[in-house]
Design a protein around this ligand. Structure first.
Ligand code: MRU
Length: 353
């Protein structure tokens, strides 16, 4: 057994404020940004300072804690009104990852369960809940890692898309957590990181995480995945998820569906690694999952360098939906769900794996 990997602190609570790594400028620059209010955290989520479903959820929980702290000492009505606005602002930051809404619901449920009206005590108790969500996320990712590591064989070459690593969570990661746990268990895994156009989470973030930890990684552009699979250079695909519908359909970073189709064609196992907080039983199928459409400038170029013909029409859906039948298994903290469908999802959520 090797020593645990990964020391990246995506978010951290510092005495009276939140700090998050600015993921927009990685890997060129490593900078932590300070956040003091829910509005600042919502802007940070919208602008992709922090991204990745579980990390967005943890950030939103801290956003509520920050706002409660800012408001403590005001009268009850002002506190209630201010906190309601904070919930609304955070809920409007990004639409697809359900972990955001899951974390906000958990914070609201706790708030509403409190009999006390002392705003200092309320602020303290909301901060404790945000910290619990943070700590649980790391434990959950470790459990996902342990469940998933058993699926990987010594020497496997694993293709992953986007970044479902430490940077997308409170720590360890989901898809990259499985890879990390397999490496910690002594398996020599090599990673193939999809660049992940247009925001380049694979090239900038996944490659950075792997290089930091000396886990062998090869970067490819998204359109090389089919070639690599056909050439016999991929043993498994592992991705994260932003929302899993009741029938097992999975919304994840745009391009995931394409990979799942290719994996099926080449008889390569296609795994999704995610916490149970990513399951959304209110969505019967993936067709009703809201898909975020982002700025045209992400497609026409990158940052200040714009290369597409001026005036061209652009689409930029940030996520797609992979039908359940293309998924070999969903790896959760409670167990591995083979060939996911509605019945099997019900079982795992009720603890009957
Ligand atoms: O737009 P992003 O970077 O927030 O998209 C992230 C993804 O799609 C991840 O794969 C997903 O959130 C899972 S992260 C553990």
């Amino acid at each position: 057994m090797n020593t645990p990997l990964q020391k990246v602190e995506t978010l951290r609570w510092e005495h009276d404020h939140l700090e998050m790594i600015d993921q927009r400028i990685l890997p060129a620059e490593f900078k932590m940004i300070r956040f003091d209010s829910a509005a600042e955290v919502a802007a940070g989520i919208r602008d992709m300072v922090v991204r990745g479903a579980p990390a967005i959820g943890v950030a939103a929980a801290y956003g509520i804690a920050l706002e409660a702290r800012r408001l403590q000492g005001v009268n009850e009505q002002t506190f209630t009104c201010g906190l309601e606005t904070a919930f609304k602002t955070l809920a409007e930051s990004r639409p697809t990852a359900v972990n955001l809404f899951w974390a906000l619901d958990r914070m609201k449920t706790l708030w509403q369960s409190q009999q006390q009206v002392d705003t200092h005590a309320l602020a303290q108790c909301l901060l404790a809940e945000a910290q619990a969500i943070f700590n649980e996320d790391i434990q959950i990712n470790r459990a996902i890692g342990a469940q998933g590591a058993a699926l990987l064989k010594q020497g496997d070459r694993v293709l992953t898309h986007c970044n479902a690593g430490a940077l997308a969570t409170a720590g360890h990661g989901t898809a990259l957590g499985v890879i990390r746990s397999a490496c910690e268990a002594g398996k020599n895994i090599t990673v193939i990181a999809d660049e992940t156009r247009p925001f380049l989470q694979g090239a900038r973030l996944t490659a950075w995480e792997m290089v930091q930890e000396k886990i062998p990684v090869t970067l490819i552009t998204d359109n090389m995945a089919g070639f690599m699979m056909k050439s016999g250079e991929v043993d498994a695909v592992i991705v994260g998820a932003d929302r899993v519908a009741a029938n097992g359909d999975v919304a994840n970073k745009i391009g995931t569906y394409m990979l799942a189709v290719l994996a099926k064609q080449h008889d390569i196992p296609f795994y999704v690694a995610c916490p149970l907080s990513t399951f959304d039983f209110s969505m019967a199928t993936g067709d009703v999952i809201p898909i975020e459409e982002r700025s045209r400038h992400e497609v026409t170029g990158f940052r200040d360098c714009q290369w597409a013909a001026a005036g061209v029409k652009v689409r930029n859906p940030a996520f797609d939906v992979t039908p359940a039948e293309l998924i070999t298994a969903i790896i959760t903290e409670q167990g591995v769900l083979d060939s996911p469908d509605m019945e099997r999802l019900q079982h795992i959520l009720t603890g009957k794996t």
